[in-house]
Design a protein around this ligand. Structure first.
Ligand code: GLC
Length: 569
């Protein structure tokens, strides 16, 4: 035991997007058979836990985040038997598994909703949020975050139901104790099976303001989107964020959610060593530090690109101070909703170095890191240029809206749709240089097009055999972290007196200190050795080729270079 952490504090999580990870039955779609075949891959890479995006039966309008049965496996992914093989396979290899849990809404095809919508007096009517319209209009002026009104008129009963996301994702009414009981049963179903916890989807939107007032924002959703598309600087970004907050003020972050999180946490605590991770950056979800969520994502770090040393420094100072005692940080730079790290945080020239730099940041900061499948080989955003191939309805919506608002050509609109939608970061995993990047057999059409850069070295097989590849950097650093008490649980101290563009800190455990230096600039940065304390260092790992000659007064980091040092006595 090299650290006194709980398993989820030491673990590096790896998010698997099931549809795109590995196709075991040759139908062009990822599945559990494929995932089972990749168990050794995960172990060899050196990750410790998997977060699985939704694997439940679903009409797949929102790619599985519209669940129609919380206690089963999507038939296209397999069944409970093969699910258990995957779960047990992870456990046998010392890894853990957490599932995605969508509490806010179900699919409109879930039997609960089918019952609820069937009549005004159905016993499940109150499981969802139904309201009468106002003068022939929806009950409030609230928007769905995805587009249009948050209310959908149901012709059968002439009432509106509420949906924060797509209209095929009706929000559950969490004020109804039966909803809670049913959902907690589903939670127990997986925990009893041995699942190690959950990533909680969209926790902030579970409750709505009970008064159902109209929001006071004057600009329309169209105007907000138009503004969003033309953002040029942080100031404009902040205007958009503020407008958004006003527009959606009655639809998220209602205080009631914390009581629910405490109750859910109690359920998890009936079991040994389970974990709750929230899709939120709100520190309030740590509760008193040990009674709500175990982990809350540090999304502010991921939101700002390009990454700058000053901004990371401020981010760490702020978050580490605010997280209550007992709470544990959680860092990530990418997931299935955001641009690929390689594209988003790369400047187009130094991407390969920046990918190493960003990983070094993630794996050395205090807290639990989350990686997203494919980032280990530097997968990039792939923009689909044919709207018939879009699978994320957001792309289609955006293309349509933009074409309407701005009168763009079809081609331009499709481009914006591809950029604003999420297909670009969900394309199939690139395993090899063979047909379809080895994701599915030759002649089969994968559910989303494969990024053709797999032919130019961006694939697992090629990178595994190249000692200088990004994949091998991931593997080396993951191993270093796994065996370093300083990185797993050591104290964090920012190092002062470094060039402004260099973010540096030490991690100190009982018997070891490691120094991490990260150059977030395109210029060489010289570092006065006196700033670091000891005269002689051993290089633990470095990204790029820096100038680190023992005995010299200054050392230098190459553009976007980074290094982990161990002071020698
Ligand atoms: C979360 C998911 C996203 C999904 C949404 C609605 O934000 O990460 O993919 O569309 O919730 O469930």
């Amino acid at each position: 035991m090299i650290s006194k952490n709980k398993w989820w504090q030491s673990a590096v999580f790896y998010q698997i997007y099931p549809r795109s990870f590995a196709d075991g039955n040759g139908d062009g779609m990822g599945d559990f058979t494929g995932m089972v075949e990749k168990l050794d891959y995960l172990q060899n890479l050196g990750v410790d836990a998997v977060w699985l995006s939704p694997h439940y039966p679903s009409p797949f309008i929102d790619c599985g985040y519209d669940i129609s049965d919380y206690e089963d496996v999507a038939p296209e992914y397999g069944d409970l038997k093969v699910f258990k093989r995957f779960l047990n396979g992870l456990h046998q290899r010392g890894m853990h598994l957490i599932l995605d849990l969508v509490l806010n809404h179900t699919s409109d095809k879930h039997p609960w909703f089918l019952e609820s919508r069937s009549s005004l007096d159905n016993p499940k009517r109150d499981w969802y949020i139904w309201k009468k319209g106002k003068d022939g209009k929806p009950p409030t002026n609230w928007y769905s975050t995805f587009w249009g009104s948050a209310w959908e008129l149901d012709p059968a009963t002439q009432e509106y139901y509420y949906h924060f996301f797509f209209k095929e994702q009706p929000d559950l009414n969490w004020n109804n104790p039966e909803v809670k009981a049913a959902m907690f049963n589903a939670v127990r179903f997986w925990l009893d099976m041995g699942v190690d916890g959950f990533r909680l989807d969209a926790v902030g939107t579970i409750f709505e303001d009970e008064h159902y007032f109209d929001h006071p924002e004057k600009s329309t959703h169209e105007e907000l989107i138009r503004l969003e598309l033309s953002i040029k600087n942080l100031e404009e970004q902040s205007i958009v964020t503020k407008t958004w907050e006003k527009m959606f003020q009655y639809q998220h972050d209602m205080p009631g959610v914390h009581g629910l999180m405490r109750e859910l946490r109690k359920v998890l605590d009936e079991y040994d060593q389970r974990v709750l991770v929230g899709e939120t950056d709100d520190i309030a979800f740590y509760g008193n530090g040990d009674d709500e969520l175990n982990l809350v994502f540090n999304f502010p770090l991921m939101r700002e690109a390009p990454l700058k040393a000053s901004q990371i420094r401020a981010n760490q100072t702020e978050r580490l101070t605010k997280i209550p005692t007992g709470g544990w940080p959680c860092n990530t730079l990418g997931n299935h909703d955001s641009s690929r790290i390689y594209s988003r945080f790369g400047d187009g020239t130094h991407n390969s170095l920046q990918a190493r730099l960003n990983l070094t940041l993630m794996l050395t900061l205090k807290g639990t890191p989350f990686l997203y499948n494919g980032e280990e080989i530097g997968m990039t955003d792939y923009l689909i240029n044919d709207s018939r191939l879009f699978r994320d309805p957001l792309s289609l919506e955006y293309a349509r809206i933009i074409q309407q608002l701005e009168g763009l050509s079809e081609k331009e609109a499709v481009h914006i749709g591809a950029e604003k939608g999420r297909d670009k970061c969900r394309t199939p995993m690139q395993w090899a240089e063979s047909a379809n990047a080895g994701f599915c057999p030759q002649g089969v059409t994968p559910w989303l097009p494969v990024n053709p850069d797999f032919k130019h070295g961006v694939n697992v097989a090629a990178e595994m055999i190249d000692p200088n590849s990004l994949w091998n950097y991931y593997r080396n650093l993951l191993q270093i972290r796994q065996h370093s008490a300083a990185l797993l649980s050591g104290d964090y101290h920012e190092i002062k007196g470094l060039p402004n563009e260099v973010f540096g800190f030490s991690r100190t455990s009982v018997d070891k200190t490691l120094i991490v230096l990260l150059n977030f600039s395109a210029a060489v940065q010289n570092i006065e050795r006196t700033a670091l304390g000891a005269p002689v260092y051993q290089i633990v790992i470095e990204g790029g080729t820096n100038q680190w000659v023992d005995g010299a007064k200054t050392a230098s980091l190459q553009p976007y270079g980074c290094v982990i040092l161990e002071p020698q006595n």
